[in-house]
Ligand binder design. Sequence first.
Ligand SMILES: [Zn+2]
Length: 477
Amino acid sequence: MKPLIELEHIFDAFRGFGRPLKEAREALTNLVVVGIAAKTAKEVTVEALYVSPTKISEPPHKINICVQTSAKVKVEEKILSISCSCSSGSSKARCCKHAMACLIYLERNDKSTLETVTCSDMEECLGGLPEKTMSELEDVPLAEFCHFGEPESLNRRPVLEEIPEELKEEFRKRLLEAHPESEAAIFFSGVRQKINSDSNPDERNGVGSNLIRSVIVQKALRNPSYILKMAQELGESLYNKCTAEEKNYYDKHVKFHEDQVLDAFSLTPDSENWFDLTYGRLTGNISYGFYKYYENMEKHSESDWNNKISGSFSPYGFADQAKKEVNLYDFAALKCYEKKNPGKKIEQAGVFISPLAPWLVCSADGVILEDGIVDRLWVVKNPVKGATHNAATICNVAPCMKENKLKKKHKFQGQVQLGMLLLSLPICDFTLYCHKADEVFVDTVEFNDKFCLKYVTNLTNAFFTKVLPWLALNVEI
Ligand SMILES: [Zn+2]
């Protein structure tokens, strides 16, 4: 057994064709005819047909290679000529992958297996092949294959011939909400204009703000602190010991669903729902008092507790307190803070209630975003002394401060820590606004989990054993 050419002849023909060599090897399977077209004492002319797998309807390429048969001939003279119908320029020096495939075929196969092909053989092949190949490769619908299930339409719902106006409007709204920074969203909502203007805070609520609030809420709900989960467990065990009336009150007025969280967080303090949502729960503002009361349990009688609770939740007092939290200077303080901290933007927040521990409420002033990323909590206070002191001296006179830091044992500390816990934020910029000088003093407070654990444990106990029984007894459902 002996092939017509040897490996060295291939190397000679393939000089400088690194990439086509691989392609040629792969093209081997597309050679449909390889045979001897002419033969003399010294030379053999091989002809081959190549069918392109991607162009099966086109005529195949015809390859012509002339080889000297003498064993004594030099390597570089063994192959006399190469041509291919794919390109008029294809030659021994510029060998295409079809001709290369043919050379590999000649090296791999015994020359005795090469049949003589006549002109008519080739003509027949040239004329008949595409059709034959076509018929073999005919495309068949998937449905006709037994191993495929019944094909389903890509549009499962019938396509409406005409899109109703309200659906178009819904599409438009959703697209704009998904791209709040787009010029179209800014144009339709007017948000950029309003954020940059000195308009009042309510006007800052736009498409962009809803989206940002949604991001803040999602972040808080997805990453609850272990302390919150612990509070949930404690709450569940205490709930089980409650009376039917208490459970009834809890189910109707305290229980909070994840679906309600974003709406509550988007509330503005002047909204009527603000009172309904926060009433009966331990807000940041009143929580410290309950924490201390529970800590010194033995000092307080039942009637002390009743006075404490009714004082905190008398509809009048509670409403007043909620109103008090909305300070006249809050928006000025916000602008002042943002001016002092370029890159930071405050998103004003409503009420945050976690479904895990809905007896606790955070009514934060805002959440700070740094370059669009949710960064920290914002709690602002507007001390009366702000009328006579500036940022440099306000800490000397503000009762909540000691050595320029928010006191560890102060109700604002409780409010700040509870806010960070509920919103899953690691830090809070506790801000004192000096309205006369239009300056802010900022103390960055870190989340204190040791404090929070004790704080939340006390509050949960106080709620279920003291507050809830009082609510069930005194508030009409
Ligand atoms: Zn070619």
